[in-house]
Write a protein that binds this ligand. Structure first.
Ligand code: GRF
Length: 216
């Protein structure tokens, strides 16, 4: 009997590994999109480097393997990175999502998941890349527009090929908090949309560009 096919034409959902360090609102958005059937994907493993990351509850409550892999449990950075990598390999991960993950993945990890790893960044890259405070930086700069970028993660920090971007206007009365809230709204839509493009096999990386192919 042939396996049933989903709307995206896949025989089985795209297997995701989600790396996060904090609140995990994007992990939650991905889990909910999977549950609604809005994306042809499933979270096979959620991994955090922060034992107190609030996001752990979202995946644990759904019975999804949720691993805590903190830096101080390993003799060195390389060993911790190898544990991240092994966990993704062991869970058959096809696409790695960095959703608010605050460590840079080493070249061995990147090599294992080349062009199969995406990062979420709260600005319109290449503006306000390379740091952990892109929302505050855009406000401090006096920018009138910022936004959200989903890009292929590679060895160059915040500089891999861009998959999706969406602009967010900065209003005169914005504080970091109000702007971040609007950025989150966009992230919670854009990240699942990017995952669906991968599920449909519509992302082709060529040099600096991630081409989005038409629907099949
Ligand atoms: C997001 O704003 C993301 O762009 C940034 O870290 C934040 C993570 O938020 N890299 P959450 O933990 O998913 O709520």
């Amino acid at each position: 009997m042939s396996p049933s096919r989903s709307a995206g034409g896949r025989a089985a959902p795209l297997r995701l590994g989600v790396l996060f360090s904090g609140a995990g609102s994007n992990l939650k958005a991905i889990l909910e999109a999977c549950e609604r059937g809005a994306i042809d994907a499933e979270v096979r493993v959620a991994i955090t480097n922060r034992p107190r990351a609030a996001g752990c509850a979202f995946s644990r409550d759904r019975g999804i393997p949720t691993l805590v892999i903190p830096r101080n449990a390993f003799p060195g950075r390389e060993a911790q990175q190898a544990a991240f990598r092994q966990a993704c390999v062991d869970h058959g991960v096809e696409l790695v999502i960095q959703a608010g993950f605050d460590q840079i993945l080493d070249s061995a990890f990147v090599a294992e998941f080349r062009d199969r790893m995406i990062n979420l960044h709260p600005s319109l890259l290449p503006a306000f890349g390379g740091g952990m405070h892109a929302v505050r930086d855009a406000l401090d700069w006096g920018a009138k527009v910022t936004g959200v970028t989903v890009h292929i993660a590679n060895d160059d920090l915040d500089a891999g090929p861009i998959v999706l971007q969406e602009a967010v206007a900065i209003e005169e009365e914005d504080t970091e908090e109000t702007l971040l809230a609007r950025i989150h709204e966009v992230e919670h839509r854009l990240l699942p949309a990017a995952i669906q493009l991968f599920a449909e096999g519509r992302v082709r990386v060529a040099g600096r560009r991630a081409h989005i192919l038409p629907p099949k």
